[in-house]
Design a protein around this ligand. Sequence first.
Ligand SMILES: Cc1cc2nc3c(=O)[nH]c(=O)nc-3n(C[C@H](O)[C@H](O)[C@H](O)COP(=O)(O)O)c2cc1C
Length: 158
Amino acid sequence: MSKIALITGSTRTPRAGDHVVNWVHDILKTRPSDNLTIEPLSIADFNLPVYDEPVMPALVPAVKQFTHEHSKKWSAAIASFDGYIFVIPEYNYGLAGGTKNAIDYLKNEWPGKPVAIISYGVHGGGKANEQLAQSLKEVMLMKVVGTRVELAFAAGLI
Ligand SMILES: Cc1cc2nc3c(=O)[nH]c(=O)nc-3n(C[C@H](O)[C@H](O)[C@H](O)COP(=O)(O)O)c2cc1C
């Protein structure tokens, strides 16, 4: 059985991201699988400060260790999954700071694992989607699903 994290990328309160994630989760539940379990995971729950480790994530765990509990907790949570679905907003034509910061914390928890990216925004959040895909593919060496979902808000709903 493979465990997939359904990640809420927005960290602000309140956030549209919770509603988008619930909607995506409800759709996924209509296609139950014997081989996959989907578990929601919210970046906001980890209360990550702006990256504050003295070590480079690329050196963990082979050369150095994380020093802060919040980093260890975030690292262990992400490492425990076999694959990921990111649900992310677009801020100012790019990745939201909270999502980017959470990505910056880790390196060796991701390689080789599959990841799908779902973005949302006024026009679907395509620029944030592209930025995250590039980082996860080129730096984290993940298998990024080729089809990227971009959900555009209906006019007046932001
Ligand atoms: C700081 C900020 C910047 C934003 N920039 C964009 C943007 O560049 N493109 C876009 O489509 N929507 C943008 N929006 C609108 C967001 O798509 C909308 O507020 C959405 O609810 C954000 O997701 P969240 O509530 O889950 O954080 C922005 C919103 C905020 C708060």
